[in-house]
Write a protein that binds this ligand. Structure first.
Ligand code: BDR
Ligand code: CA
Length: 312
């Protein structure tokens, strides 16, 4: 089984990814760590606690970074995920469980040290917690089985950014952290908009989940309504992008993705703030200190959409 830590800012598609992950026998979820992003960190931590409770999970929930590494906190995306970040679902006033006393980065470091070589980090929010973990204990980079990240936009299929013409939301929320994470010597796969926007769960698919999926299906249908309205309003899309679930599926079914290899950097500032760029292996560029010191990472550029939808 894959030992995983789920780093998240729930978030509708985060919640959908977590439900998938925790129903699959392939995964052993060791912790949920939260991070600012879709909403402020207190709100997304509350959501994670509720999700963990509702799903009956044993894994601890640890509160993570409230702000990006070097910038003030953003305003989040209530227009995408609802004012409560979880599609307007009604949550109880008081949470049944409390967060782990340690900050998220500490939980990541502790678990990676406890299970060297065994853990895969699944990161589906801004990358601040991962960057802080590396900052506190750089040697953990050599102790991970893998890092599967929903983030970035490489334009390989004509998909540009979803926040600016070139930047994707998770990366733009903390570009300095993202650059630190993507240039570290751990094996990263990036599931960016190039693939996540190919996987559309349309209204009929969501209705089928709702009708046939029992309690889980009813939850997935209810949590995704507001998100679906956003996609319809903003893009005329009669459905939702599966985004965060792809970072989970990549771990258990890596063969469903086509990859490109080479170092990845993140633009920090200026008109292209938050843009992710890969120097593909074999690219005809002169040697450059901006690229050559950094390890090759894997960027998903194509996906077997039908297989992903069937699996989910
Ligand atoms: C990413 O941004 C968030 O709004 C989603 O949860 C997903 O992680 C997509 O760009
Ligand atoms: Ca997310």
């Amino acid at each position: 089984r894959y030992k995983v830590i789920f780093d998240t800012d729930p978030g509708v598609d985060d919640a959908m990814a977590l439900r998938f992950l925790t129903r699959r026998p392939e995964f052993d979820l060791l912790a949920i760590t939260t991070v600012h992003g879709n909403l402020d960190v207190d709100t997304v931590t509350r959501n994670a606690l509720w999700l963990a409770d509702w799903m009956g999970l044993a894994a601890p929930v640890a509160r993570g970074a409230a702000t990006p590494l070097d910038r003030p906190a953003g305003t989040g995306a209530p227009h995408v995920h609802g004012a409560n970040g979880i599609g307007g679902l009604t949550l109880p006033q008081r949470m049944a469980r409390a967060p782990d006393p340690r900050p998220a980065w500490q939980v990541i470091v502790d678990l990676v040290r406890a299970y060297p070589g065994e853990i895969t980090l699944i990161a589906v929010g801004p990358l601040t917690n991962l960057a802080l973990a590396l900052r506190h204990d750089p040697a953990i980079a050599g102790l991970l089985a893998g890092v599967s990240i929903m983030g970035g936009a490489f334009g390989t299929r004509g998909h540009a950014g979803n926040m600016t013409p070139v930047a994707e939301a998770n990366i733009l929320a903390d570009p300095e952290a993202a650059d630190a994470v993507l240039t570290a010597a751990w094996p990263v796969t990036l599931l960016g908009l190039d693939v996540t926007q190919q996987v559309v769960m349309d209204a009929a698919y969501l209705d089928r989940l709702g009708a046939r999926g029992g309690t889980d299906g009813a939850f997935l249908r209810a949590v995704s309504r507001f998100y679906q309205d956003f996609h319809e309003r903003s893009r005329g899309l009669a459905g939702i992008f599966a985004h965060d679930s792809l970072a989970v599926i990549n771990v258990m079914a890596p063969g469903l993705f086509t990859r490109r290899h080479g170092p990845v950097r993140v633009v920090c500032g200026g008109v292209a703030d938050g843009q992710t760029i890969q120097k593909p292996r074999g690219a005809l560029c002169p040697p450059s200190p901006a690229w050559d010191p950094y390890p090759s990472q894997s960027v998903a550029v194509d996906v077997d959409t039908a297989a992903v939808l069937a699996l989910y």
